[in-house]
Design a protein around this ligand. Structure first.
Ligand code: ZN
Length: 502
């Protein structure tokens, strides 16, 4: 038996005995076919029997619909973590491999670097309840599949939006690292929130499509229904193994509606701050108002994954935009208006201090061209906006720079794989396999019953096919192992407490 298999078996036994001792991390290869298979299989089935009978799984479930995986989690933090890790174990292992490969590729840092950052910098400032939830994920994963991932791996993975493109460039600058890769903070998503005379029924409508690499985006297919012991019930989209929505679209049972788009060319990081994924999850779980949301996001702001948060409060009909820089931030709010986002900052202080390189006047850049399109499209439809129309808007292909229909990096439904320009502001090279990977929409009435619409894949319904793409663009061959087809599903309604197709 190889040392690797020995460790694996020992670990499995520990889990069966109810332990969960941490050991060396790693993304080593799984035990290969060998004479040990029979023993491993026996142990695996014993482990699964023990795990399925675990009382922590009581009350949790999963089902698949419309290309999405729906999971219901409930109880105390450790139990919810365990349910999350157990129910999504195959998806977490798969997503961890794809995401960690991307983090190491772009930063030219090894995985141990990210584990160390998670352990030393992030972990001590994570609230106890989320530490327990993250530990629970590791326990559930191990119980399901004998996973070798430990809590440092899971914390670094949860921070995949903030460590590689906020912390690392800050560190490179601080250490004056020679030949450091050119890293740019991401610019994810197109979104809006509208209320008052802008919408059909005068109540809030909110919609969002997630822009990311297709490699990660094809895996961004979870609908989380979370019933925590403390705080509000949550319905949100999300990523396997991550405790926040992270592309950020969610509603809570006190009527708060939350989404965001990421601030392009943001620079800055506070190593003493609290991880963004923790603040974002906490705010969706505990905020019942725009003010409470703002307060939680500002508490320990580390600058990671700096976003323009678009918020709605169904109790008051008010919407807001929280532009959350690190050195500066600003909150706008209204009971009659529309607020859109496509990765641009607008407050003069945030622009000057947090995004000094961003060119707000370049009409040909992806953020600004989409900003112009949102203005045009929302104005044209003033008074008519509802969820059905919002779904159509998320699949819009009008390019305001070229003044024609052309699905590319400048359209609300992004298709950067079709663009010879790429998006230089995010270091997305020509034909980068990224763009809009899924969409969601909801309104005040749906939020009251904890419902939302979601479509997996490009919101326009177009498919991305990996094989012909890689044949045409060998420069992305390093992604071959992780890049999959991303076929669009139908717009599908999900609600809290749903147990399957009904
Ligand atoms: Zn499209």
């Amino acid at each position: 038996m190889s040392a690797d298999s020995m460790r694996r078996v020992a670990a499995i036994l520990l889990v069966i005995l109810g332990g969960a001792a941490p050991w060396g991390a790693g993304s080593g290869a799984p035990a290969s076919a060998s004479a040990n298979d029979a023993m491993v299989a026996t142990i695996a089935s014993a482990r699964e029997r023990a795990a399925t009978n675990d009382p922590r799984l009581k009350g949790a479930w999963r089902f698949e619909e419309g290309g999405w995986i729906y999971v219901h989690l409930e109880g105390d933090p450790r139990a919810m973590g365990y349910q999350h890790g157990y129910l999504l174990a195959p998806e977490i292992e798969d997503a961890f491999a794809a995401v960690s490969a991307g983090m190491m590729h772009s930063t030219e840092r090894n995985w141990e670097f990210f584990r160390k950052a998670a352990h030393e910098m992030l972990w001590p400032k994570i609230d106890a309840e989320y530490q327990q939830e993250l530990q629970g994920i590791v326990e559930g994963l191990r119980a399901h599949s004998g996973s070798k991932l430990d809590v440092d791996d899971i914390v670094a993975f949860n921070a995949f939006e903030e460590l590689p493109e906020y912390y690392v460039p800050w560190l490179n600058k601080k250490e004056k690292a020679a030949n450091a890769p050119n890293l740019k903070s991401p610019g994810n998503c197109s979104a809006f929130v509208a209320t008052g005379s802008w919408t059909k029924d005068g109540k809030i409508v909110m919609a969002h499509n997630n822009w990311t690499s297709y490699r990660n985006g094809e895996r961004w297919r979870i609908v989380f229904d979370i019933a925590p012991k403390n705080g509000y019930r949550i319905l949100m989209d999300g990523f396997p193994g991550v405790i926040a929505s992270d592309d950020d679209f969610g509603i809570n049972s006190d009527g708060l509606m939350v989404t965001e788009t990421t601030i392009t060319q943001f620079q800055g990081w506070d190593p003493n701050g609290k991880a963004e994924f923790v603040r974002a999850r906490k705010a969706l779980q505990y905020a019942g108002s725009i003010d409470e949301y703002t307060k939680i996001m500002l508490d320990g702001n580390n600058g990671g994954y700096a976003n323009d948060w678009l918020l709605g409060d169904r109790k008051t009909g008010e919407i807001a935009q929280l532009e959350l820089g690190l050195k500066a931030h600003k909150l706008w709010r209204t009971k009659d208006g529309v607020l859109s986002g496509s990765n641009w900052a607008r407050d003069s202080k945030v622009l000057k201090e947090d995004t000094p390189e961003f060119d707000a006047n370049n009409k040909e850049s992806s953020p600004n061209a989409r900003r112009a399109r949102w203005d045009e499209l929302l104005r044209e439809n003033k008074g008519k906006i509802d969820v059905a129309l919002a779904e159509k808007m998320l699949g819009d292909h009008a390019d305001t720079a070229e003044k024609k229909e052309d699905a590319n990096e400048r359209t609300l439904c992004g298709h950067v794989d079709g663009s010879p320009r790429g998006v230089k502001e995010w270091e997305w090279q020509p034909y980068y396999p990224g763009g809009a990977v899924q969409g969601k929409a909801t309104d005040e009435t749906m939020t009251k019953d904890m419902r939302m619409m979601a479509r997996m894949g490009h919101p326009c319904g177009g498919d991305f096919l990996a094989k012909p793409f890689l044949a045409a663009h060998p420069e992305y061959a390093w992604q071959e192992h992780y890049l999959r087809d991303m076929k669009a599903g139908p717009w599908t309604e999900f609600r809290a407490g749903q147990t399957g197709k009904e």
